[in-house]
Write a protein that binds this ligand. Structure first.
Ligand SMILES: [Cu+2]
Length: 177
């Protein structure tokens, strides 16, 4: 086996590893999102390894109606983690908040498609209005965060405005409990 072949094999193994990692992470998120303790820290990720101590190993924070819920404030925002997928979807695509809460959205891109994350009044989010809070250029396995205070009764929403993504359905809803 020559060195060129070894190089190819190495690349293939890395790609396979990312694919497995991505699948298990998304499954873990989908499963844990329904429980009060979240999905972090107990799954296959183990909080270390390839993620380098990133979002994979951290516990999520209870939301409204879940035991241990603490409303986010400007001084101590509540953290909501969202995965952006190559299928042009957010997981989860529905987030529940308490009126007036301050939330820090930590958005991680899973897969090679670069995403954006905009949050605010639903009409502004739908129209991609300039000045609406947003993080852009979230590359594969990168996490970017944006903090927003939900003042008023809404409606609020979030969306990705990378070309074609919103039109393909890459958006999410905010429910006020
Ligand atoms: Cu996107």
């Amino acid at each position: 086996m020559n060195s060129r072949r070894l190089g190819w094999l190495g690349t293939a193994l890395v790609v396979a590893g990312v694919a497995v990692l991505g699948t298990s992470s998304v499954l873990g998120l989908a499963t844990g999102a329904s429980g009060p303790n979240g999905w972090g820290g107990r799954g296959m990720m183990g909080g270390a390894g390839m993620m380098g101590g990133g979002w994979g190993g951290r516990a999520s924070v209870p939301g409204p109606g879940e035991s241990g819920f603490v409303a986010g404030t400007p001084e101590a925002p509540r953290v909501v983690r969202i995965v952006a997928t190559p299928q042009l979807r957010f997981l989860p695509d529905a987030v529940t908040i308490q009126a007036g809460e301050t939330i820090t959205f930590e958005v991680t891109t899973m897969g090679p498609t670069v995403h954006e994350f905009m949050v605010g009044p639903a009409a502004d989010v739908a129209a991609d209005t300039a000045g609406t809070p947003e993080v852009a250029d979230i590359g594969m396995m990168q996490t970017r965060s944006v903090t927003y205070t939900f003042t008023g009764s809404g409606p609020f929403a979030f969306a990705c405005h990378a070309p074609g993504h919103f039109e393909a359905g890459m958006s999410g809803t905010i429910a006020i409990r």
